[in-house]
Design a protein around this ligand. Sequence first.
Ligand SMILES: Cc1cc2nc3c(=O)[nH]c(=O)nc-3n(C[C@H](O)[C@H](O)[C@H](O)COP(=O)(O)OP(=O)(O)OC[C@H]3O[C@@H](n4cnc5c(N)ncnc54)[C@H](O)[C@@H]3O)c2cc1C
Length: 465
Amino acid sequence: MTSAVVIGGGVSGLVAAWRLALLGRAVEVFEATDDFGGAVCPQLLGGKVIDAGAEAMGIARPSGLELFSELGLSDVVVYPRRTDARIATPQGLQKLPPGVLGVPASTDDPLVAALLNEEEIQRARAERDVTITSEMSVDDVVGGRLGSAVVQKIVDPVVMGVHAAASDELEFTTLFPGMDSLIEQEGSLVGAAAKMRGGLGPSGSAVASLRGGMNQLTARLVDACVEVGVKLNVNTPVGGLERLENCWRINVDMVGVSHADTVVVAVPPTVAAKLLATSAPHLAEQVAALRTTSVKVVHLLVHSPELDLQPTGPGLLVRRDRMDVAAKALTHSNAKWAWWEDLLSPHEHVLRLSYGRSHQFASNVTDGLTDEELLAKAENDARNLLGVRKRFYVRASTVTAWPESLAFAAPGHSKKVAHIAESVQAIPGISLLSSPLAGNGLAGVVAFAQAEVSRIASTHQGEVP
Ligand SMILES: Cc1cc2nc3c(=O)[nH]c(=O)nc-3n(C[C@H](O)[C@H](O)[C@H](O)COP(=O)(O)OP(=O)(O)OC[C@H]3O[C@@H](n4cnc5c(N)ncnc54)[C@H](O)[C@@H]3O)c2cc1C
């Protein structure tokens, strides 16, 4: 039986480990921290389990729901309540029109008209043809086609909320995978957004999660790995990786040395670059050049009768010209996910605020702030955004830092990724699953891990029993 070692027990590593074991490999996972899941992990907020990191999975592509189904989780899949997300503008809250990452699925939608003036709407309706190349930003493509107002007023807050960087800093083809061919097929970006969205409901609804939170995915993946014989280790940071003649030698800090035919490196790019430096220096350099962004997430458990009416629906994205607020997004978790209602006392609410923007902006408020200072800011932001002035009492709170955790896919990113894929394929018995290679979202991460396992299996076909 051929063996595989997976370095990193986040979702990428666990999916890869499980699938490799299903193919008959002897698999061992080394995870540096004391638990699995990486950015998909539980945390306690006033005695209630919340998602410290990722809380939903995009369903525009099928990989996420398919994985849930394969893992026997279909019965606990949940969808957000069918109400529109909001955009926080200097004029107040406006409903976000349904679309794909802010690109509206129709320019005739009254919600689009509410966000743009007449001239801007006419410009959006007169969509211009723009040939898309991999060097183009979201701003170049969407602004060029629909006008800069659509970017500034609708797309940018969504892009910032999800990717923690602005639409003129991020590559269109990475953020909108498959959109260029859909544009050709449908004849317009708006048509492509409508097609990609399909029959999905209001804005913010193109996601799914699990009853109890996305952390349930990690729990189930761990069980699934155990069921197929994967050997799982926590508190085992891998400090070195060396290519020997016929296998890989993996140095696990404080544990010793392990050998494997295949190694799956499922850690963030900075860690991967260090591990690869000796045996694959060129690849290590390429991986080190991948850029990431740091974010912080604040959770508040509040008592506030005024929030019972759920004034912002599932939550909101903050426009950059909303100068009184430092958060980039706020999720009203129990308004978004109905399963929360069983767990909360009357007038109790769970709010999740995210902070951190690429460094170009002076408003990257998390820099240099203590957790206490950030909490004070979060409470203030929540009051301002939700319009609650009086009866708002914070009962519990958490601050979680996620350093270098989101891909910063600047124009040219997809070329870098393609070059990295070539380098990986030239090295025997290795797979690299650092999440920026798969795009930011869990659906991309899951699809990429599955594709990589198929690639490894096909290159070692003769050896798989
Ligand atoms: C705050 C936040 C919110 C997010 N929200 C969403 C969302 O709602 N929807 C969505 O689709 N996506 C979301 N994402 C993105 C998504 O969570 C990630 O893309 C995905 O979880 C990445 O998984 P991964 O396994 O590749 O990496 P990670 O989760 O980073 O896992 C890497 C693992 O490697 C381990 N490790 C590191 N170094 C070593 C070492 N030397 N040896 C052994 N192990 C090591 C780490 O401890 C970690 O467990 C969010 C991300 C963050 C940070």
